[in-house]
Design a binder for this molecule. Structure first.
Ligand code: TRP
Length: 451
C-alpha cells in the first residue's frame, strides 16, 4: 500500500526531497568550475538572475501543473487542458530526457562511488602528491572495462532500493536524513578550505567580477546551469509537485528550494577553490577537477587530508544519490500511471534499462571508445543531447503550456491554495512565465543548436 501513498508527509519533507533532487553533481563540481571560467562574480550575478527569475518560475510552473493535476508528466498536460492534448508530447520528451540524463548521471556517480571507496581504503592517499601519477590513476580507473561498471551498478542498486521504499518511506525519509548531513559536510570542508594559507586567491577566482570573461557563451552557460541545477524542465518537478501537500505554499516552497540549491553551489565553490589555490594548483574543469586535482590537494594535507578526501567523496555521492533518485522516480511514476504496473515492477524495470545504458556509456571510455555518433563518443554524444537539445525544448514546451494554455484561474487557485493565501507577486510571476522565460529559452535553444 505504501506506493499508493502519493504525497510527502510534511512541508519539510517536500522541501528536503526537492532540494535532494536539485543539489547534485551539477552544484558541486559543475557550478564552481563554470563560475570561475566565465568571470567569477560577473557570472554569479547573471546566474542568480536566471535562477530566481527563470529557474524558480519554471519550478513553480511544474509544481502547479503537478499538484493541480495529481498526475505525472504526460497525463498532467492532457488532464489540465483536455482540448489541447498535443502538449503532452513535452511530457513524453521529459521522460526521454530523464532517461538519458539518468543513464549518463550513473556513469559519473559510479566514478564517485569508486573514488569514495578508494579514499576510505587509503589507496588515494598512497599516491602522494605526484600529479602525473594521480592523473594516470584516474585514466587507468575510468578506462578499465570492469571497475566503473561495478561501482555504477552498486550505486544504481542503492537508488533502486530507495525508490522501492516509496514516496514517504523511501524518497522523503532518505532526503530528510541525507540533506542535513550534506550541509554539515560541506560546511566542514568550507571551513577547512577557507582557513588554509592563501585561500583568498580561490575566493577571488570565484567571486571577483571580471566582465571581460563573461561572453555570450557564459550567459548561455549560466542559463543552462540554472535549469539543470534546479532539476527543472524535465517533468521531474511535475511528479514531485503532485506529492506536495495541498496546504503548502508553492511560492514559498520553491523559494526555499531555489535558495538552498544556490547556497550549496556557492559553498561548494568555497570548499574547492580556496584549497586548490592554496596548494598551488590550477583549477581544471569537470572530471579533471574532482578526480585529478582534488586528490592531490587532499594528499598535500597529510593524514587529515585522507579524512577530508573521504568527506568530500561522501558529500558528492550523497548529492548524486538524491538527484538520481528523483530521476528514477520520474520514470517510475510515469510508467506506473500509464501501465498500472506496481512500483515493485516499474522501478526494477527502469533500473535495468538505465543501468544497462549507463554501462554502455561508461564503456565508451574503454571497450567502446571507437563507437562514434556524428564524431562524438557515446558519452559525449549523450552529453550534448542532455545539455543542448532536450532540456530547453522540454522547458520551453512546459512554460508555454503553463503561461498560454493552462486556464489562469487554475494557476491562481493553485498558487493561492483556493484563495487562502495572498499572491501579491502574481503579476510579476505571470509576466516572467508568459514572456521572459519562453523568450530566454528560445534564445538558448537556437544558439545551442547553431553554436
Ligand atoms: N539537479 C541535479 C544536479 O544539479 C541533476 C538533476 C536531478 C536533474 N534531477 C534532474 C536535472 C531532473 C534535470 C532534471 O546535479
Amino acid at each position: 500500500m505504501s506506493d499508493q501513498q502519493k504525497s510527502f508527509s510534511s512541508s519539510f519533507g517536500a522541501i528536503m526531497a526537492a532540494v535532494g533532487s536539485a543539489v547534485g553533481l551539477g552544484n558541486i563540481w559543475r557550478f564552481p568550475y563554470i563560475c570561475g571560467k566565465y568571470g567569477g562574480g560577473a557570472f554569479l550575478v547573471v546566474y542568480l538572475c536566471f535562477v530566481f527569475l527563470l529557474g524558480a518560475v519554471l519550478m513553480m510552473s511544474e509544481f502547479v501543473i503537478g499538484r493541480r493535476s495529481q498526475h505525472t508528466q504526460m497525463k498532467a498536460f492532457t488532464s489540465l487542458a483536455p482540448n489541447h492534448k498535443g502538449w503532452c508530447i513535452f511530457g513524453l520528451l521529459g521522460v526521454i530526457a530523464s532517461f538519458f540524463i539518468l543513464s549518463q548521471y550513473l556513469v559519473l556517480s559510479g566514478w564517485t562511488t569508486g573514488y569514495l571507496c578508494k579514499a576510505v581504503s587509503g589507496s588515494l592517499a598512497s599516491l602522494g602528491t605526484d600529479a602525473t601519477a594521480i592523473s594516470a590513476y584516474f585514466t587507468t580507473f575510468s578506462t578499465s572495462p570492469l571497475q566503473p561498471v561495478i561501482f555504477l551498478t552498486i550505486f544504481s542498486v542503492l537508488v533502486l532500493v530507495v525508490i522501492l521504499g516509496g514516496v514517504q518511506k523511501g524518497i522523503e525519509n532518505v532526503s530528510k536524513v541525507l540533506m542535513p548531513i550534506l550541509v554539515v559536510l560541506i560546511l566542514v570542508l568550507c571551513v577547512r578550505s577557507l582557513t588554509l594559507p592563501g585561500a583568498g586567491k580561490g575566493v577571488e577566482y570565484l567571486f571577483s567580477p571580471d566582465f571581460s570573461k563573461l561572453s555570450g557563451e557564459g550567459v548561455l552557460a549560466a542559463l543552462g546551469q540554472a535549469l539543470f541545477s534546479l532539476s527543472v524542465g524535465m517533468g521531474v518537478m511535475v511528479v514531485y509537485g503532485s506529492y506536495i501537500p495541498v496546504s503548502d505554499n508553492i511560492f514559498k516552497t520553491s523559494m526555499w528550494i531555489t535558495a538552498c540549491d544556490t547556497l550549496i553551489a556557492v559553498l561548494a565553490g568555497l570548499s574547492i577553490f580556496p584549497a586548490v589555490f592554496s596548494c598551488g594548483f590550477d583549477p581544471a574543469g569537470g572530471p579533471g577537477l574532482v578526480f585529478c586535482v582534488l586528490p592531490n590537494v587532499f594528499n598535500t594535507m597529510g593524514t587529515a587530508g585522507s579524512i577530508f578526501a573521504a568527506i568530500f567523496f561522501v558529500l558528492l555521492a550523497v548529492a548524486a544519490l538524491t538527484s538520481a533518485i528523483s530521476l528514477l522516480e520520474g520514470l517510475t511514476a510515469w510508467f506506473c500511471e500509464h501501465t498500472h504496473a506496481s512500483r515493485r515492477l516499474a522501478a526494477p524495470f527502469f533500473f535495468l534499462l538505465t543501468t544497462a545504458l549507463g554501462i554502455v556509456f561508461a564503456l565508451s571510455f574503454s571497450t567502446l571508445s571507437e563507437v562514434k555518433i556524428t564524431g562524438y563518443n557515446l558519452f559525449d554524444f549523450v552529453d550534448r543531447l542532455n545539455s543542448i537539445y532536450l532540456p530547453p525544448i522540454c522547458a520551453l514546451g512546459t512554460v508555454i503550456f503553463f503561461g498560454w494554455v493552462l486556464p489562469e484561474k487554475d494557476v491562481k487557485d493553485e498558487l493561492s491554495n483556493h484563495g487562502t493565501l495572498k499572491i501579491g507577486y502574481y503579476p510579476v510571476f505571470r509576466f516572467l512565465a508568459r514572456y521572459v522565460a519562453p523568450l530566454a529559452l528560445l534564445v538558448v535553444l537556437i544558439s545551442g543548436i547553431f553554436a
